[in-house]
Design a binder for this molecule. Structure first.
Ligand code: AMP
Length: 389
């Protein structure tokens, strides 16, 4: 069934991403996917910033009004909210009702650093436009298809069930968008393509996607597990925590901060930006070299693991800040993997470009691609689809 587009129907979607200390926003035209406005309100609750998320959202509303695309515009069809944790309850984008909001609030213990900000954003946006459909798009949803064998931790089952301990995965909106865009780039139906998506931003995660369905992912109960990140450790022996408690005398909050905010690239060499690490390696800095090597080693481990999970890999897609921009990381991660059918083309890999592109050789059995992610567009599409249904 096709529906005729009504040119007078509201066709704009506002996407809100309320983080712990910032609110990002984008207003999209769903006709041509153009960005009508975008921006960021930072330092919420900090010195020199706005007082709270309510004030931040009102500032977003004022900015939009100043640009002539205010929240009161009849062209606005819906507001889409990024929500970090959907638990096992939310496996798809969901229109927000009082009941849905209450369910999201119940998930706060699973994401104490993230969900409260998302919830405040939703509440204020509903106050500003109570008549408008508002949709929650969950960062965990794309991973809800993980088979139990991949989602379960091998711990006492009753304890796991009681506390909701399992692998949920994050960055799902990005993994969904990029796995689909990779199939499009290759000119093949998504159902026929097996892809390893490497989302390498300040946060980083890998996923194994079989025919558009996610079957494994590197992040777990929280975004701490998996790859080495800007400031997060990724995988460590959980006994490191007991050791820090018993021998180091450290408390829970202190260890949480250590592993989430003072580890990863930052912990290894004092910098979390891959550009700075690249510069310092050029100057012969050994800590920067080690940080890069640890980062790449972990990445290659996951490529190997997810190759085994998928059996047949058609594509490896690099995305997000590091994945899209660092030819050095891509080259190091893909080197010497010819036996896995992976052959990077050094010339294509070195080209700086903005669009999706293949950077492997014509002979490479696995297509290696750089596919810029667009989480806002994915959220806007999900939101618009629900708002019109
Ligand atoms: P994201 O979280 O996706 O915005 O990615 C942010 C990270 O991307 C930064 O911390 C940098 O490490 C990395 N990044 C951005 N631009 C470049 C670049 N040109 N080369 C290497 N890394 C980059």
């Amino acid at each position: 069934m096709t529906t005729q587009a009504d040119p007078t129907a509201p066709n704009r979607v506002l996407v809100l991403n309320s983080g712990s200390s910032s609110v990002k926003y984008q207003l999209l035209d769903m006709g041509d996917h153009g960005r009508l406005a975008s921006g960021l309100v930072e330092r919420i609750g900090e010195e020199g910033g706005v007082a709270d998320h309510g004030e931040a959202l009102r500032q977003v509303a004022r900015r939009l009004a100043d640009q002539g695309v205010g929240l009161d515009s009849p062209a606005l069809a819906a507001i889409g909210h990024r929500v970090v944790h959907g638990g096992t309850r939310f496996t798809e984008p969901t229109v927000i009702t009082d009941e849905v909001l209450a369910e999201i609030e119940k998930l706060v213990p699973l994401a104490p650093l993230h969900n409260p900000a998302n919830i405040t954003g939703i509440k204020v946006a509903r106050e500003l436009r109570p008549d408008l459909p508002q949709v929650a798009v969950f960062d965990t949803a794309f991973h809800s298809t993980l088979p139990e064998a991949a989602a379960r931790y091998a711990i006492d089952a009753a304890t796991a069930d009681r506390f909701g301990i399992r692998r949920y995965g994050f960055h799902g909106t990005s993994h969904a968008y990029v796995s689909r865009a990779t199939a499009e780039l290759l000119g093949r139906p998504v159902a026929e393509v097996n892809t390893i998506v490497l989302h390498l931003g300040n946060g980083a995660s890998a996923s194994a996607v079989r025919g558009g369905v996610c079957v494994d992912t590197s992040m777990g109960l929280t975004p701490l597990e998996g790859l080495v990140m800007g400031t997060r450790s990724g995988d460590i022996d959980p006994a490191v925590v007991f050791h820090l408690q018993r021998v180091g005398g450290m408390g829970t909050e202190e260890i949480d901060t250590l592993l989430n905010k003072r580890s990863g690239l930052l912990g290894l060499c004092g910098a979390n930006d891959m550009r700075e690490i690249g510069r310092r390696i050029g100057e012969g800095d050994r800590d920067a070299r080690l940080a890069f090597d640890v980062y790449v080693h972990r990445l290659r481990r996951y490529v190997g693991a997810f190759t085994a999970v998928l059996g047949r890999v058609d594509a490896i897609a690099f995305t997000a800040g590091v994945g899209e921009n660092s030819a050095a990381v891509r080259a190091a991660a893909m080197s010497g993997l010819e036996h896995l059918g992976i052959e990077l083309d050094p010339v294509h890999n070195a080209v700086r470009a903005s669009g999706p592109r293949v950077v492997s050789t014509a002979a490479s059995r696995v297509a290696v691609a750089v596919v810029p992610t667009d989480e806002e567009l994915e959220i806007a599409r999900d939101t618009y689809a629900l708002a019109r249904s």
